[in-house]
Design a protein around this ligand. Structure first.
Ligand SMILES: Nc1nc2c(c(=O)[nH]1)N[C@H]1C(S)=C(S)[C@@H](COP(=O)(O)OP(=O)(O)OC[C@H]3O[C@@H](n4cnc5c(=O)[nH]c(N)nc54)[C@H](O)[C@@H]3O)O[C@H]1N2
Ligand SMILES: Nc1nc2c(c(=O)[nH]1)N[C@H]1C(S)=C(S)[C@@H](COP(=O)(O)OP(=O)(O)OC[C@H]3O[C@@H](n4cnc5c(=O)[nH]c(N)nc54)[C@H](O)[C@@H]3O)O[C@H]1N2
Ligand SMILES: [Mo]
Length: 799
């Protein structure tokens, strides 16, 4: 099937609330478009149920007592996308050369449907041609044996199960490589670096019941309506209990404003909306450290005032007694006293559990409000108001997503959230915890079973003991290191367990050029994407079963498992018929590759594939405490909770304390910062995509239909820069001037976004991001803040 013609773009319409009839209609449309048989909707009734399958979209918690239909619009789309009746089969590949497919858009490639046969690229015809699994494994094994292990990359995207991921890391390590980059390197790596330093936990500490026990939620940089819509139910229930939701986001995201539950008939019929955020602070892109410092400053200074006789003055540097803002802080302190609160801060908690408070408090006091206002884009009164709400709440939950992690100062963003929580003991008590909303449905779990490039995070001694080999001890490549190694010609082979690395990673143009020089690319995938169309000298495309499909092995139908965003493990049993009889499961493919590659190993690969409960036993042997009773408890309603010491206020940090960590500055240092024509770009997901999988062109929440080549700008900036709404512009990177990075033909859309900021969709904007533009410590690409310039476009519209 050649790409379908597209509708004319429509921009600027009002979508109505998130959920509601718009959501129901959108699910109906995709069911029809993907030719889903009538059994499709029946399949959905098993989604996220204790005995069913775990959704392949986001990682949000699966409740013990699910709703009759425990899925959302985007979960339904993901299910439909995987169970489509369309096929990218032998006939499709016989009809299209890869040179031709290179000209296709992301949507058009995946829209061809499920891959059906193992394929090898044929140089003579420039086409993928069918091969047998056996010959594929043999040639890949032969090639890998000829390449030094440190030059082979074993990438994973966060969907593969715990069982598959455990086998994959074991294969890589027995082969001799710690090059185990993961999509997590582009996602929550900032949390994985920040949280251990701050509270001795590698993941968030929140569980589902915290949403029932909190009285306030701080909600930062996460787009719930699109990225984890089922979490809206928990927010809606919280709002109904009177919980206040304080949101920090540069864009006014409809999902954070109002919601109609599409599964509640009374709400659908009456149109009754629940307002979500009670306070909405449109912080500038990258302004969160300053905003949170403002909130902390207000709290600390009010607390200082409470401890002064008569408290007439706050202690901040710019707070004079007759300053009206000093009066506000004093009034804040007075209101705390009137409410019978002796302190604004929880001094007992700080003394018993934390370290670093004095340094942090001194930094907060010393910032001038003017500077905090300028960097955050918020007013002093807004930061004071957020502080008052915070101080008058007893259990505050901190929820955040990519808006905080994908930054040059992403680790410090996360640590600022923890600092704020620590001021009032808001960690490790019911309703008060840190909730890092994860992306992919098993991205958190992959790390839990050893997918990591950092040898100190993998149980290497245990693996050595169980499997009698000497695991590599050197530090492997994360995502940014891989891109660098490929560009420098150091990597020779890239094995990809899911994902669309070329489109997901930064600096697309340079990476695509270097990618073609790889000796070997092996893609284990369900659907065709650009990382398959561009390829190495020897290239394989290995199609696998999806999680929704029935996976029958020698011992019968198999189940797999995943870890949710709130650190619970869940079993998952596929229910749909496989897309093709030629497909192998991911564990079978990993075993096939391992057996063909490794001269010898004591791993019983075939036994594991015959019965996945044996892999789970092996996981339990490797991590006895975390996975205690794994097989027995696999389908326990609500999942198996993972032990997290920080939840019990046991801090597994070097000093045994929860640490206040003071960011060295408020904002990254960019050379271009003084140039008024430079805007700060953030990149977004539309409501009609899952990462680089573009379901369609309708981002109805933001009123954009029929195109993705848009740049959202404040109306004042549009006029200031001499443009009008609807103009076509080119965007170019305003740092690292030696290489010109540009994307062209983007349409300006006036939007409610702070002045000086702009936003565009990912992955279309990825060519703009230099590889070096990443978090200083975690190396997470800084996709949420890039200085750019806009110029009038000479390019014809490329929708
Ligand atoms: N439907 C759907 N669901 C998904 C995905 C998908 O693509 N589609 N992807 C999955 C994956 S892998 C992930 S990681 C998650 C991603 O889910 P999210 O964490 O929600 O990530 P994004 O959608 O990239 O953007 C998050 C929000 O951050 C805001 N933001 C941007 N810059 C800043 C900033 O500087 N400060 C603050 N405070 N906010 C900012 C944006 O306006 C946006 O609302 O979703 C998962 N779920
Ligand atoms: N500018 C910018 N760039 C970003 C981001 C951003 O916010 N802004 N976000 C980053 C983040 S958080 C992430 S996680 C990445 C992810 O980005 P992607 O690499 O796009 O992640 P996936 O959704 O895993 O990849 C989609 C592909 O996975 C394959 N697939 C689907 N299901 C399965 C399966 O069951 N098994 C296997 N083996 N393959 C399957 C399909 O072939 C599909 O084409 O992008 C990152 N890139
Ligand atoms: Mo992600």
């Amino acid at each position: 099937m050649t790409p379908r013609p597209r509708k004319k773009p429509k921009i600027g319409f009002d979508s109505g609330p998130v959920g509601g009839w718009g959501s129901a209609k959108s699910v109906g449309e995709i069911l029809i478009r993907e030719h889903i048989p009538v059994s499709g909707p029946a399949l959905l009734s098993h989604q996220n149920k204790p005995d069913g399958y775990m959704c392949v979209s986001c990682a949000w918690a699966k409740p013990a007592k699910p709703h009759p239909l425990e899925f959302c619009e985007n979960g339904a789309k993901a299910t439909v996308w995987e169970t489509t009746s369309r096929r990218a089969d032998r006939a499709f590949f016989a009809a299209h050369s890869l040179a031709e497919l290179e000209g296709w858009l992301d949507h058009d490639l995946e829209e061809q449907g499920r891959l059906t046969h193992p394929m090898r690229w044929d140089e003579a015809t420039d086409k993928y041609v069918p091969v047998s699994w056996q010959s594929a494994f043999e040639e890949i094994g032969r090639e890998l044996r000829g390449i030094p292990p440190e030059k082979v990359e074993f990438y994973t995207s966060g969907r593969a199960s715990l069982e598959t991921s455990y086998m994959y890391q074991l294969f890589a390590r027995i082969f001799g490589s710690n090059n185990l980059p993961d999509s997590s390197n582009m996602c929550h790596e900032s949390s994985s670096v920040a949280l251990p330093e701050s509270i001795g936990a590698s993941v968030g500490t929140a569980v589902l019941s915290d949403f029932q026990n909190c009285d306030c939620i701080f909600y930062l940089g996460q787009n719930v309506g699109t990225s984890s819509p089922r979490l809206l139910h928990d927010l809606q229930d919280a709002v109904d209990r009177g919980v206040r939701i304080v949101t920090f986001n540069p864009l006014r995201e409809p999902g954070l404003e109002r919601f109609i539950n599409p599964q509640a008939p009374s709400q659908m019929l009456t149109g009754k909306e629940t307002p979500i955020s009670s306070e909405y602070y449109q912080v500038k892109n990258g302004g969160d450290i300053a905003a949170l410092f403002g909130v902390c400053k207000a709290l600390i200074e009010a607390d200082d005032a409470l401890h002064q006789p008569g408290f007439t003055r706050v202690s901040g540097s710019d707070a004079e007694p007759d300053d009206p803002a000093n009066a506000a802080a004093v009034a804040f302190a007075a209101s705390m006293r009137a409410a019978d609160r002796k302190h604004v801060l929880d001094h007992d908690f700080i003394a018993e559990h934390t370290s670093g408070f004095e340094e942090f408090a001194a930094a907060a006091r010393s910032y001038e409000w003017r500077e905090l206002e300028q960097v955050s884009g918020l007013t002093r009164e807004q930061m004071m108001q957020a502080a008052r709400t915070y101080a008058s709440s007893d259990a505050v939950l901190m929820v955040y997503g990519m808006g905080l992690t994908q930054h040059v100062m992403g680790v410090q963003n996360v640590q600022m959230v923890v600092n704020l929580a620590l001021l009032r003991g808001n960690i490790g008590k019911p309703g008060a915890n840190i909730c890092a909303v994860r992306g992919h449905s098993n991205v958190q779990g992959q790390r839990t079973v050893g997918i990591t490039e950092k040898p100190d995070l993998a149980p290497l001694d245990k693996l050595a003991e169980l499997y009698h080999f000497d695991p590599p001890r050197w530090k492997g490549h994360g995502t940014v290191d891989v891109c660098k190694a490929i560009r420098e010609g150091e990597s020779r082979a890239f094995i990809s367990l899911g994902g669309n690395f070329l489109r997901a990673a930064p600096d697309t143009v340079a990476l695509e050029a270097a990618w073609r020089k790889l000796r070997l690319t092996v893609q284990i995938a369900t659907k065709l994407n650009r990382s398959h169309v561009i390829h190495g000298e020897i290239a394989y495309l290995l199609p696998c079963l999806g999680r929704l499909e029935i996976d029958t092995q020698a011992s019968g139908p198999q189940a797999v498992s995943i870890e949710s965003s709130v650190a619970h493990f869940h079993g998952s049993r596929g229910r749909a018929a496989p897309a093709s009889p030629e497909l192998l499961s991911e564990p079978a493919i990993i075993a096939g590759l391992a057996k063909a590659t490794l001269a010898e190993s004591s791993v019983p690969w075939d036994r594991w594939v015959a019965d996945y409960s044996e892999i789970r036993d092996a996981i339990e042997r490797t991590y006895p405490e975390t996975f205690k009773g794994f097989n027995q408890r696999l389908f326990q309603p609500g999942g198996i909770p993972r032990p997290l010491p920080a939840r019990e206020r046991r801090w597994v940090t070097p000093n045994g304390k929860a640490n206040f960590i003071t960011p060295p500055r408020l904002f990254p240092q960019f050379e271009s910062v003084e140039d008024e024509r430079v805007l700060h770009l953030t990149t977004l997901r539309s409501n009609d995509q899952f990462n680089t999988t573009i379901y369609g062109y309708s981002d109805r929440f933001r009123g954009v239909d029929g195109t993705r080549r848009v740049v959202f700008l404040n109306a004042v900036d549009i006029a200031r820069l001499g443009f009008v709404d609807g103009d076509r512009v080119d965007l170019s990177t305003a740092i690292e001037p030696e290489t010109k990075r540009m994307v062209s033909g983007f349409r300006i859309v006036a939007y409610d976004i702070p002045k000086g900021c702009c936003a565009a969709y990912y992955p279309e904007a990825n060519p703009l991001f230099p590889l070096s533009h990443h978090d200083e410590k975690a190396k997470t690409p800084a996709y949420k803040l890039l200085p750019v310039r806009l110029s009038r476009s000479e390019t014809a519209p490329l929708e």
